[in-house]
Design a protein around this ligand. Structure first.
Ligand code: GLN
Length: 246
């Protein structure tokens, strides 16, 4: 039987706008295909063998929570790098996305160090200019291009993103002006999209499950069995129409 082992980082602190729903979607979509899905959690000071999991998940957080977790996260830098080198998949949302870059400068000028695994960095705009609202993007992951929708609420403006996840169709994304959203590479999918992200974006969920299964070669070159996503597609269409980008 195929199995996916997920490590949900700082589940008790980093969880905004339904981010935990991403875990529920991954588990449900795995189990509907007869794939066993084991979800473990890891909070401050807990010992875990990070590289042994197939998928890491880190949700978003307000500045307060980012400040609470960043030292513990930095202490795990080597373990996280080892996990990524072993092709562990990762999904990072908003505040979690920011902390894999060089640093996050919050609206009070307080600097939160990031893991620095990637060269992007995040600096906040003033309090009156948060990026808030529904967002639609055209995402490209592993050679597939499709629309995705979500909800964003961040002051941070993420710059120097080498390989964005997608183009903004409506909303803000990485910064006000540059029209890009998120970050993607062979392991990591990172985005400002809460909502949660995956219920209305089943294709992203399947990209992540595929990556997680491929870590140990479990799919053997096969594709995931398709599921009936008509309700999910309808939900996404409603938001795309509302935003005028259907
Ligand atoms: N605190 C960060 C910001 O405002 C991230 C917020 C979030 O995760 N939604 O930019």
């Amino acid at each position: 039987m195929m199995e996916i082992r997920i490590l949900w980082l700082y589940h008790d602190l980093m969880d905004l706008y339904g981010d935990k729903g991403n875990i529920m979607v991954l588990k449900t979509r795995a189990e509907k295909r007869g794939i066993h899905c084991f979800v473990d959690t890891c909070t401050i000071n807990e010992e875990k063998d990070i590289a042994s999991y197939d998928l890491l998940f880190l949700g978003g957080g307000a500045d307060h929570e980012q400040n609470l977790i960043y030292e513990d996260l930095l202490a795990r830098k080597e373990a996280i790098q080892e996990a990524l080198a072993k092709k562990t998949a990762a999904l990072l949302i908003c505040g979690g996305y920011q902390l894999f870059g060089k640093y996050y400068l919050d609206q009070d000028g307080n600097r939160v160090e990031g893991l620095g695994i990637y060269d992007y960095y995040t600096e906040s705009s003033d309090r009156d200019h948060r990026c808030i609202g529904n967002i639609a993007i055209e995402a490209t992951i592993d050679g597939e291009t499709f629309k995705a929708v979500g909800f964003e609420n961040h002051g941070g403006q993420t710059k120097n993103v080498a390989t964005p996840l997608g183009k903004v169709l409506k909303g803000h994304g990485n910064t006000y002006g540059d029209g890009t959203e998120g970050f993607v590479d062979d392991c990591v999918i990172a985005t400002y999209m809460h909502g949660p992200l995956l219920p209305k974006n089943p294709r992203i969920a399947d990209c992540i499950l595929t990556r997680a299964l491929n870590k140990k070669g479990q799919l053997q070159g096969n594709k995931l069995e398709p599921l009936d996503d008509s309700l999910e597609q309808q939900a996404q269409q409603i938001m795309l129409k509302r935003l005028g980008v259907a």
